[in-house]
Design a protein around this ligand. Sequence first.
Ligand code: TYD
Length: 217
Amino acid sequence: MSSCANKGRFIAFEGGEGTGKSTQSALLAKALRDRGLEVDTTREPGGTAGGEAIRELLLHPPGEGWNAEAEALLFAAARADHVARLINPVLDTGRWVVCDRFVDSSRAYQGGAGGLGDDAIVALHAFGSHGMRPDLTILLEVDEARLAERLAARDGGASDAIGGRSAAYHRKVAESFRALADADPDNFAIVDGMGDPAEVHARIMIAIAPMIETVGS
Ligand code: TYD
């Protein structure tokens, strides 16, 4: 949690592919700006020049691709650069950061679905990013049938090295996210991502209301 009163707040969106994270990040950033807050949006893997270069390596891997451990290390390396060069400096100026995915994606994809286990991912995060946690992580949940429709419309069957994994892998990702959120209700808000973007946004605004009240804007 941000301990210093004039530090910005850090909000992360999590969820599987097609759950609406990018759309909702943009809507939330706009709503916060409308309340007079200064907000930067960013994403993982990415956000910095180094992070974006690693993103390309992960989503379009050279040669035969990465093994599970190398993949987890690359995500952790991208995150370390992102936290040190962008997220922390921005928060230190008092601006808020809204991030599309953060460490819980690594816990769900590489730790849960990828089989590396949570302890390994948490240890990498402790080393790479000093264990930094968002002030709030919003988990968007959408049922599997609706997700399949959204992804067919969005990607038209084309997907990257991770998005293209099996339905069983993505089901495990969703279950892992849910287990992480259930185990840590103080740090997560689980938001129903079904319905149109305005409806989902309204649910998110309810979930973050206590955080906005604490800045007294
Ligand atoms: P993203 O661009 O957010 O994909 P989408 O818009 O389809 O949700 O993320 C890229 C991919 O990287 C996505 O398949 C999830 C995966 N990913 C991980 O496996 N581990 C991680 O730590 C992160 C941040 C992303």
